[in-house]
Design a protein around this ligand. Structure first.
Ligand code: MN
Ligand code: MN
Length: 461
């Protein structure tokens, strides 16, 4: 890739390309605005998949039906991860083409015993999820999304702060006038994790001496949502920036939104996946939870969810054996689609300019991630990268190669190394982002468009 702008994808677009690009990115911004938790993503994805003709795998398994070439199925894990299969013409053992991304994003989770009153105001205590700069979460409008599960098993869905008529929440910060000590602190300490408590009320109820403001909130929770204070114990409530995803820039070439890591890759993978009908090799779209905290737990990539589901699919297709499944996995190819850092001219010191990704230069491949001498990374093989170059070149898809940042500037990981344990070819391939992990991340619409084209080309290869 040349670093000058003659190589910019925007310069190559026809009128038709631009129309497709706008259609795709408008739909993407709607998705981001609606889906701010992994559960909301999975619910929406199931909806989109069903509209595209995908069927619940376990309906088919229960009815003892058989799967064959052309069948399209999906399965979810605890409503927070999902995998879709489009059964190809070739035998499973030839391997599958897998698109993978994650649908969880950094945020603040409400604690199990969160509600308290202090100074005549009511707060909900939070514990942050994933890597955040804590100071970025104060003084912005926040919404609460999630579920409260009652002891009878019923689930109360909660979304407060998205409708224009809804109230929002915030975390206060110290006024500059009294912040001389705070301003001397390191950025990591200026706002402490335990201080990320959201302000939820200030009106006392009459006749209560102890915590009257908190009691008023308890009353409102009961009236509006049928929730008791104890129900927080079995709740999964996420505090996220309130409001819609927006077009950014006078030229409207970018997207500003919460949660683009990694919903930008999840959405583009899904859009590509649902747009193809018949495949030669079986196609898989795997959208998982918990990447931001190490891919742990039943819904994270390290769980057996994917493997178990593949076993069910192969069994329903009449080709399951332990050996057949191992061969299928080892012969598969995967694009582990996750965001990478776009070169930021305001902070050039942390980048190697020649090995950075740039807005408008296409989908970004990272042969390796990790930190300190590639530690913890999946270092993809050059043979695989060569195959991918040839696939994308043939379809005129723009791509670039990059490292997250300068050697020893920091680092990060993805789900790639977990899938590589099966012995399959896998490489990180995603969209470049500015302000990654902040409340409002920035992406380039043309990179979103090129990523979708790349994922589609990969599935059809
Ligand atoms: Mn990510
Ligand atoms: Mn991340």
């Amino acid at each position: 890739m040349r670093l000058d702008n003659t190589d910019n994808a925007w310069l190559t677009y026809s009128k038709n390309d631009r129309r497709e690009l706008i259609e795709l990115t408008d739909a993407y911004m709607d998705f981001l605005s609606k889906c701010k938790t992994e559960r909301e993503c999975v619910t929406e994805i199931v909806d989109m998949a069903r509209k595209a003709g995908y069927k619940d795998l376990y309906d088919i398994v229960e009815k003892g039906k058989h799967l064959k070439h052309g069948d399209k199925v999906y399965a979810t894990c605890m409503d927070k991860s999902i995998v879709l299969f489009n059964l190809g013409n070739e035998p499973f053992e030839n391997g599958m083409n897998i698109l993978g991304a994650h649908v969880d994003s950094p945020r603040l989770d409400i604690k199990q015993n969160p509600l308290y009153e202090d100074g005549g105001m009511a707060y909900l205590n939070t514990h942050y999820y994933g890597g955040i700069k804590k100071y970025q979460y104060v003084t912005i409008p926040l919404a609460i999304h999630g579920v409260v599960v009652k002891t009878d098993g019923s689930i109360v869905d909660v979304v407060i702060g998205e409708d224009e008529k809804d109230p929002v929440f915030t975390i206060t910060d110290l006024l500059i006038h009294l912040a001389s000590e705070q301003m001397e602190k390191k950025a990591a300490k200026a706002v402490e994790g335990e201080n990320l408590d959201i302000l939820v009320g200030s009106v006392p109820v009459k006749g209560k001496e102890k915590n009257p403001v908190k009691e008023n909130i308890v009353k409102l929770l009961k009236e509006r949502y049928g929730i008791d204070e104890n129900d927080f114990m079995s709740a999964e409530l996420e505090v996220v920036p309130a409001g819609r995803a927006r077009s950014l820039g006078l030229d409207e070439s970018m997207v500003l939104s919460y949660g683009q890591d990694d919903r930008v890759c999840a959405y583009t993978s899904l859009a590509a996946f649902l747009s193809v009908s018949e495949l030669e090799r079986t196609g898989v779209c795997l959208l998982v939870d918990k990447e931001e905290i190490g891919s742990v737990g039943a819904t994270g990539m390290r769980s057996r969810f994917f493997e178990n589901t593949l076993a069910e699919v192969m069994n329903a297709a009449g080709v399951y054996s332990e050996l057949a499944m191992r061969r299928t996995l080892a012969n598969s190819k995967m694009l582990s689609s996750d965001v990478t850092a776009s070169f930021d001219p305001l902070y050039p010191n942390v980048f190697d300019k020649q090995n950075s990704s740039y807005f408008g230069h296409g989908v970004a491949f990272s042969k390796y991630t990790g930190r300190r001498g590639k530690s913890g990374s999946n270092d993809a093989s050059p043979e695989y990268m060569a195959q991918l170059r040839s696939i994308l070149d043939a379809r005129n898809v723009r791509y670039q190669t990059c490292e997250l940042g300068k050697v020893d500037a920091g680092g990060g990981g993805t789900i790639a190394f977990i899938m590589s344990l099966y012995g399959m070819d896998v490489i990180d391939c995603g969209v470049a982002v500015l302000s990654m992990h902040s409340p409002y991340e920035v992406t380039s619409k043309s990179d979103i468009y090129e990523a979708t084209k790349a994922y589609k080309a990969f599935l059809m290869a």
